[in-house]
Design a protein. Structure first.
Length: 111
């Protein structure tokens, strides 16, 4: 059994905090239905941290860490309410596709 203090220390020593900083910066309040709700920003940051803890203790590759971190950041952005929902994963995927299209258009069109 590990204490949170030990886990955080291990992540810092191993350099995993760089992943947390990188992906935390992608969490935007405008992506969420209710940014301060139970499935909002703080929840997303916790999911990101827990994914990095799992990645560290399972010695995952950098590619797998990037996949887990991306999923952590965007997993709840499709929620339309904070209640039980079996479809928010699909809605999140649709929203990610829209975000990717907007980012691509901004790059090409220069806005």
């Amino acid at each position: 059994m590990y204490s949170l203090k030990q886990v955080i220390s291990d992540l810092k020593k191993s350099g995993y905090c760089k992943y947390y900083s990188k992906y935390r910066s992608l969490i935007k309040s405008e992506y969420f239905f209710h940014p301060k709700g139970i499935h909002g920003i703080l929840h997303t940051k916790r999911v990101l941290l827990f994914n990095l803890i799992l990645a560290y203790y399972n010695t995952l590759s950098e590619e797998d860490i990037d996949i887990l971190s991306t999923v952590a950041v965007y997993h709840d952005i499709g929620r339309k309410h904070d209640g039980s929902c079996t479809e928010h994963g699909i809605f999140s995927m649709e929203k990610i596709n829209c975000l990717n299209c907007l980012i691509y258009m901004k790059k090409i069109m220069g806005f």
